[in-house]
Ligand binder design. Structure first.
Ligand SMILES: C[S@@+](CC[C@H](N)C(=O)[O-])C[C@H]1O[C@@H](n2cnc3c(N)ncnc32)[C@H](O)[C@@H]1O
Length: 277
């Protein structure tokens, strides 16, 4: 077995090849200065395949045309960072303003549909599910869809098992004790919360209109990785999945400039939300 990798770096043509792999498989733009990121994230894959270097990994993808290894590269280069109740201003806005309005609007059907686009390992969708239960909506027909292009992160999301360090991030202790049970060194989310969310592998660059209509969509901390054209298409598709008057929540660093024809920007408490026109 090879215990150490050659540290000669990545050949320029292979650097471009890796950039293209990540762009074609995830739509993510990685700039010229990400050598360290490629090296740290791809080294485990190089080792897993018994290879010596990232250049060898590129040769393997080229030689086999292996979509599986290419996808592994794209998944490894994607940032999956997430945590419970991330951006608390959004959850405050939901609890104090948006949910009371939705409860009123949908009092006849008692049905609400939510989408966590770019769901990663599930913390966003499950935070919403717990918030809905805490708001007394447990007996409503609630559908939460969580999607991501990476099947690998969704496997973890479906399992609903989290490490101590993950439940320490953002999850209030009373909710941890109420909705999770200790399982070895991990915490297992209860069946009640898990069955409120369905996870599906979906690339945001594909047509998504058939998924809707949704009352509220989270699409947070993913747009920053796309170029302007990709972002524009995705915003149009998301708009097509929403009820008129539905809410879109974007990440803090992702203002929806240039989409004023489809969304109105509103401040709810301290949170910026976008209302579908
Ligand atoms: C930083 S995480 C954000 C998770 C969560 N929304 C949050 O804000 O905490 C970004 C996620 O976007 C996913 N992603 C990247 N490109 C994607 C694409 N083209 N389609 C769908 N999901 C994608 C990644 O796999 C990753 O799980």
């Amino acid at each position: 077995m090879h215990s150490e990798l050659h540290s000669a770096g990545i050949q320029p043509e292979n650097y471009r090849f890796l950039q293209e792999q990540v762009y074609s498989r995830a739509g993510i733009v990685l700039e010229q200065d990400k050598h360290y990121l490629f090296e740290s994230r791809l080294t485990p894959i190089v080792k897993q395949h018994g290879l010596d270097s990232i250049d060898d990994l590129c040769a393997l993808i080229r030689a086999t045309g292996d979509g599986g290894v290419g996808m592994q590269v794209a998944e490894a280069m994607t940032t999956n960072e997430t945590y419970f109740f991330r951006d608390p201003a959004h959850f405050d806005a939901l609890r104090n303003t948006l949910l009371p309005r939705l409860r009123e609007q949908r009092r006849e059907t008692r049905m609400l549909r939510f989408w966590s686009a770019a769901a990663s390992t599930g913390q966003e969708a499950y935070s919403l599910a717990m918030l809905l239960l805490e708001a007394g909506l447990g007996d409503w027909n609630i559908q939460i869809l969580g999607t991501d292009f990476s099947s690998k992160v969704l496997e973890r999301a479906r399992a609903g098992r989290y490490q101590q360090i993950e439940v320490n991030r953002g999850l209030p202790t009373p909710l941890l004790l109420k909705y999770f049970a200790r399982s070895g060194v991990e915490w297992q989310l209860s069946e009640t919360v898990r069955r409120m969310v369905r996870f599906e592998t979906i690339d945001l660059r594909k047509s998504m209109r058939a998924l809707g209509p949704f009352d509220l969509v989270f699409c947070r901390n993913v747009m920053i990785y796309f170029d302007a054209a990709t972002k524009k298409n995705i915003m149009r598709e998301i708009h097509g999945t929403m009820f008129r008057g539905g809410w879109l929540l974007l990440g803090g660093a992702e203002p929806a400039f240039g989409f004023e024809d489809s969304f109105d920007r509103q401040l709810v408490g301290t949170a910026t939300v976008y209302v579908a026109r």
